[in-house]
Ligand binder design. Sequence first.
Ligand code: GLU
Length: 406
Amino acid sequence: MTEQLPRISRRIAAIAESATLKVDAKAKALQAAGRPVISFAAGEPDFATPDHIVDAAVAAARDPKNHRYTPAAGLPELREAIAAKTLKDSGLTVSPSQVVVTNGGKQAVYESFASLLDPGDEVILPTPHWTTYPEVIKLAGGVPVQVFAGADQNYLVSIEQLEAARTDRTKVLLFVSPSNPTGAVYSPEQTRAIGEWALQHGLWVITDEIYQKLVYSSTGSGQATTAVSIVEAVPELADRTILVNGVAKTYAMTGWRVGWMIGPADAIKAAGNLQSHLSSNVSNVSQRAAIAALTGSQDSVEQMRQAFDRRRQAIVAGLNAIDGIHCPTPQGAFYVYPDVSGLLGREWGGVVPGSSLELADLILDQAEVAAVPGEAFGPSGYLRFSYALGDDALAEGVARLQRVFG
Ligand code: GLU
């Protein structure tokens, strides 16, 4: 009997490796081998974590109280700081007991779905979507239901599309604004309309707000767009909404692994119980650093945002100068998501790419430029470029693409 059982569980064997991390690892390995690869792959700020945050971590590492287990759901001071930040930025009053500190936003996403879904429950997933969401939904037994909005819709789904995807098994709507991979930001009116639709149908909303502070003006100058939290737009949703966030993108802290989830007491209790068996507390040193990030000076956040904004404008202009690429101007995050279908089926340096997957291979070979193919996030025909890299590298990478496709 035993021989007939699969060696690896079907559930885990069905998971694909994270495409974003895979492309990033490949680019970094090529760089380490001496190849001059310019990587637009992972969404990871090129800046060092600000000094005052690092200083807090160094002090924390020397304090023996941080050498021990602490509450699985997070240090009380950090949960308090997160509650205060959530009121300020998402307009939601929560008590620290409604916060679970997680090992990065990714674990918060995992625990949110794991806490809400039973087998067969459907999750409406606006697409293009971050590569991790469908895998996590499936791991929790759920069914991802993709709702696609392309470049012609500025990557924003409509209520009509959401309604067409809703069934009596729909339990959760995933709402991500600014979006990874597209950088699209829903307007306050669109956010309110989507929130009211979810409320009307008794859905849970999981809202990933990790790029909330990285927003820019639509015109390239003037007032930045605001990514209004769906729970601020529709306060009645609070009882059925989980907010996911973290310090990684805002404070250049991807490697520190501090995220969190916030929600109603029952969902947070469930997630906290899960985490108490899964991973216990997040590294105390990282948590102390996160406290410094949230409660200290925010000047560096604005400086980094301005640098991203400058790079955003440079990459949009540079990519749109290539015949066959259509790059909408995103208003948030640090990604552009051009439609590259105009480059497919044509010959470039002896290769005829038939898909964006093949195109990504081609630009790595011929331009030594790494980008993540659209297949990681939904349909073929797109590439994701993270512009969280240095200005000079960005300019050189775009120039190489212009040479290959010139
Ligand atoms: N969230 C970032 C990205 O999309 C980091 C890599 C990952 O965890 O997927 O590139």
